[in-house]
Design a protein around this ligand. Sequence first.
Ligand code: 1PZ
Length: 215
Amino acid sequence: SAVIEEQKFSLQEVLDTFKLCLSENQDVYVEHYVAGWRGLVKFMNSLGNVFTFISKDAVNKIQILVNFLNGENGSHYVTIQSMVKYELDNQLVDLEKRGSHPESGSRTLLRLHRALRWLELFLERLRTSTEDSKTSVMCADAYNESLSQHHPWVIRKAAGMAFYVLPGRPTFFEVMNVGGAEKVVDMLGDAIPMISKVYQITEDLYAQNNLLELP
Ligand code: 1PZ
């Protein structure tokens, strides 16, 4: 019903999606990974228009992965592990520089993977923050420690401007729609280890296959 559809967004649900990512044998499901990102984009868009330039890129990358998942070779894209193996075995990845496979699943997911590290660092700062902590500073510190290393100057500059107009901690917590600050801290304490786990498994997979610098 309309009432249910209008239920307010909750970041808890989004972060819970990352729990569904891991299979019994520690494979990462692309479907749930992408669903988690969709939720994060929704959250980011609710913070204001300035963030749409960031979310546009994420939306684009989500779509590339969904297209593979729904495509004729979709069965190979069920997990990140099977995707990487399939694309490598069939020479579907540009390894040195972008060429005939500029939008492989492996290189596309790597971009989201790097952003997931930023998210992990940012949420951990948010979790341990105090009332007078600045979201812009937490966001920028997390970014400088992770994702920025993969971005050219012009993107770093634009990201810096986006951080500057980030709403303050109270608004941020409100948009998360989890409850009071204590609830937020509990929820994050629960969610961050799951995100870290998914991140680490992906990181190890990419490292083992020498894919961490895919163009
Ligand atoms: C809640 C505040 C949001 C702050 C987000 C911090 C990250 C800033 C990232 C700026 C990205 C700018 C747009 C495009 C960048 C692309 O060039 C790169 C590389 O892709 P390529 O060009 O190689 O195809 N894309 C990325 O690095 C992926 C960025 C995804 C950003 C997702 C942010 C997650 C927000 C979660 C909100 C809680």
